[in-house]
Design a protein around this ligand. Structure first.
Ligand SMILES: [Zn+2]
Length: 365
């Protein structure tokens, strides 16, 4: 697969580079600029909600924007998506993929006009003057992350997690436990405030988060930065989530996970700059695929590093850690989001793919 074949249309690239808040403002939606680690907020074009929790003093607007400006979600109706979804919902009332062809054309025309795609002119439009570049993300305190990790035990010794991994997911629990790909958070373990599930009372007032250790989010995966340091934890729901709106996994509440990836031992070596050339670097999507690729049988002597990405994981800093001479196997899902991640990965590696320093292939079942 060449870099060229996986490239998205230019106008989709153009809108994806914009901060969600800039897009919202251009659509005449009320916006609030980011403060601190937040990505800002805007009124919801899907349900028309203005405030997030109308009955409280929370002045933030209904839709929260991810730090970095790449994604958004409405606290009222759960509408969510990226920059393109926002344009599609605001103009045509539905996500882009759900639109008729004539509606898609109108969305594309708006984007091309606003971003000046295909012209040399720079976009002529009022700017919100948002922070440019990636601000340093705020991760939870490293000593607290490490302490919680150390309080965890083997997934093999936790009947519930072991049964879920082996019976429900068909995975080799012993291999997962040996490689310490994920661990079990024992029921009732004391958790820092960030290791909890946000809760609200019936009036919408914010309550203390419920510790992960008292919920089904008890299977923990470490998240690493581009230098291989454990900076956050991903808590995975053990079993089947009761509703599609219930997230399958959560990272530290109110802290960033941008720029962090899941990694097996080879992946951690890669991040630490210790992976030898010639290795295969598998980039999987999500924690369950990370497990599957990490414990998959290998040829004798084959060196494999597995990274697992979620939205916001892949950055140029992470891409720069892939050593020359590697074969990158892009194994993100074969759906729209997965193709989007694949395109972003290829784009970040494009100069080295063109020069032949790296090779990339798309994994197929
Ligand atoms: Zn909404």
């Amino acid at each position: 697969v060449t870099a060229h074949a996986m490239q998205r249309p230019e106008w989709i690239d153009a809108i994806s580079r914009e901060h969600v808040l800039e897009v919202a403002a251009a659509l005449s939606i009320e916006v609030q600029r980011p403060r601190g680690a937040s990505g800002g907020s805007f009124a919801c074009p899907a349900c028309n909600a203005q405030r997030r929790h109308p009955k409280t003093g929370d002045r933030r607007l209904a839709c929260g924007v991810r730090a970095g400006g790449g994604g958004w979600r409405c606290f009222e109706c759960d509408a969510h998506g990226d920059q393109l979804h926002l344009v599609a919902i605001a103009l045509e009332g539905r996500r882009y993929g759900e639109l008729r062809d004539d509606q898609k054309s109108r969305v594309r025309a708006w984007v091309q006009d606003w971003t000046r795609t295909g012209t040399a002119a720079s976009p002529a439009r009022p700017r919100l003057a948002l922070v440019t570049g990636d601000p340093t993300p705020a991760y939870p305190p490293p000593d607290e992350v490490l302490a919680l990790w150390n309080a965890c035990g083997s997934v093999r010794a936790d009947d519930r997690i072991a049964r879920w991994l082996s019976v429900d997911r068909g995975l080799d629990v012993a291999a997962i436990a040996t490689a310490e790909l994920c661990v079990s958070l024992p029921w009732g373990t004391r958790c820092p405030r960030w290791a909890g599930k946000p809760q609200h009372d019936e009036h919408g007032n914010e309550l203390d988060p419920k510790p992960w250790s008292e919920t089904a989010y008890r299977c923990l995966f470490p998240l690493f930065d581009h230098e291989g340091r454990m900076r956050n934890l991903l808590a995975r729901f053990v079993g089947k989530v009761p509703h599609e709106r219930v997230p399958k996994s959560r990272a530290a509440y109110r802290f960033a996970r941008t720029g962090l990836v899941l990694a097996d031992r080879g992946g951690r070596d890669l991040l630490a700059g210790e992976l030898e050339p010639g290795a295969r670097v598998v980039i999987a999507e999500g924690e369950m695929d990370l497990l599957a690729f990490a414990i998959a049988p290998r040829d004798a002597g084959e060196r494999v590093a597995v990274l697992g990405i979620v939205s916001g994981s892949w950055t140029t800093a992470i891409a720069a850690r892939v050593p020359d001479g590697a074969t990158v196997v892009i194994a993100t899902h074969l759906d729209r989001d997965g193709e989007k991640y694949a395109a972003a990965i290829v784009e970040s590696l494009a100069p080295r793919l063109r020069s032949g320093a790296l090779h990339a292939e798309r994994w197929a079942p």
